[in-house]
Design a protein around this ligand. Structure first.
Ligand code: GP9
Ligand code: MN
Length: 420
């Protein structure tokens, strides 16, 4: 009830961190493009196979003068995988402890970033080369305020363009250009990539990178699909430059979740040159986060953070105050950013300590220490996850009013007719 809500508001308010005044509003009025990098883990970005970089383009962006790159950024998904990551990006709420929030809670009221931006005059869209009902997206996107959904029906799904779950990334990005170019600006768009998805298979003609040489085919192929993704992103950046969108568009790229599960530890041990203990496995939950902001000096940031932190970060760059929203994350670019990263399973990452499976370790040596060192962080994580679950299970945003925010009218959003 609304009593719960006031406790929760007290909690999120006390964790609010004011924006960095040097960066607040620096991207005001710009377009935003989110790119969900399927299954991309941080280690892969700079990894070499046979002496060659797996992802030379993304790796070069670490040094791009207008790009922030976060190398201590973690995914926080549960069973809803890609959709859980989308949920956090839009809402700064945690996904659910069991099942996918997209399939379970699509009738809730949300105060999602797309609708916040609609209230600021933005057009909103998602582009994805799979069919719209996957993960119940065509229902969940409505309360988020996503006005247009260019799903597989909008792409040329001829056999040579398709593998695994849908459109290959290169033709997908190519075809997406016309939808982006025709969108009324400013827009907030999300592109969800697919090719770097388990079991990481490509058609022969799309392979131009060596497989790794471990006992595990899944691990070996992972670097080939990651390389393909890298080339697709580079092609997309070139197209954004060509059509002039690049100079007034913020591009946010994030790895949605891990790619290689613990079932593949044997292969991964060969790649990493060390045993994958539970401590090491937790470190491997790092996913890359890049934020390209035209005209702003970027850099490599070692700040610890997770997917719930992206919304306040981006809204502050756009000059939108987040104080009155219920956010479980905080601005990664704020000097006061709270560096405690709860995983959905209750593990916690901080710069100094990792709490994994109820045990406490120091970073980066992974030395087992007394649980008392992790206690405050674990308690914080428990509280945050519990409050977030209360919001989602109880549909509590129904009772939460924010001045200047008008929720979407979901009956007016229609993904069945032609949206071009
Ligand atoms: C499916 C794609 C993959 O449309 O987003 O989903 P995942 O299996 O990674 O959750
Ligand atoms: Mn995914």
């Amino acid at each position: 009830d609304s009593n719960d809500l006031s406790d929760i508001e007290n909690f999120t308010k006390s964790n609010y961190t004011p924006p960095n005044p040097k960066l607040f509003g620096k991207a005001k009025g710009m377009n935003v493009i989110y790119i969900s990098l399927e299954s991309l883990e941080t280690f892969a970005v700079d990894q070499k196979i046979d002496g060659k970089k797996v992802m030379p383009f993304l790796s070069s962006l670490e040094k791009d003068p207008n790009t922030f790159y976060f190398d201590n950024f973690f995914h926080q998904v549960g069973q809803g995988k890609t959709s859980d990551a989308e949920f956090m990006m839009a809402n700064s709420l945690y996904p659910l402890p069991q099942g996918a929030v997209f399939t379970q809670k699509a009738n809730n009221t949300y105060q999602a970033q797309p609708q916040i931006l609609v209230n600021h005059g933005y057009t909103t869209a998602t582009l994805h080369g799979n069919y719209k009902t996957f993960w119940n997206r065509d229902e969940m996107y409505k309360p988020f305020g996503i006005q247009k959904f260019f799903d597989a029906n909008y792409y040329d799904m001829k056999p040579e363009n398709v593998i695994n779950y849908g459109m290959k990334d290169k033709p997908m990005f190519k075809e997406s250009m016309k939808y982006l170019e025709n969108m009324k600006q400013p827009f907030d768009a999300k592109i969800i990539t697919l090719s770097n998805h388990f079991p990481f298979e490509l058609d022969k003609k799309d392979i131009d990178f060596p497989a790794a040489n471990t006992s595990d085919k899944v691990v070996n192929q992972y670097f080939q699909t990651a390389h393909y993704l890298d080339e697709a992103i580079q092609q997309f950046f070139n197209d954004l430059k060509k059509d002039g969108l690049y100079d007034h568009t913020v591009v946010v790229m994030y790895g949605d979740h891990y790619g290689i599960s613990t079932n593949h530890n044997a292969g991964m041990q060969k790649i990493m040159g060390q045993k994958i203990t539970s401590y090491e496995n937790a470190q491997l939950q790092r996913v890359p986060l890049f934020i390209h902001v035209p005209g702003v000096k970027g850099g490599v940031k070692h700040t610890y953070g997770g997917e719930v932190d992206v919304r306040p970060t981006v809204l502050h760059l756009l000059g939108i105050d987040t104080k009155d929203y219920i956010s479980f994350g905080s601005d990664l670019l704020s000097p006061n950013h709270r560096q405690i990263v709860p995983f959905r399973n209750g593990d916690v990452m901080t710069p100094k300590y990792s709490s994994v499976g109820g045990k406490c370790y120091t970073n980066p040596d992974g030395k087992l220490v007394s649980k008392t060192y992790c206690k405050d962080y674990s308690n914080f994580a428990k509280q945050a996850l519990d409050y977030s679950d209360k919001v989602v299970y109880g549909d509590l945003l129904r009772f939460h009013k924010v001045k200047g925010f008008t929720p979407p009218d979901r009956t007016k959003i229609d993904y069945t007719s032609d949206q071009t």
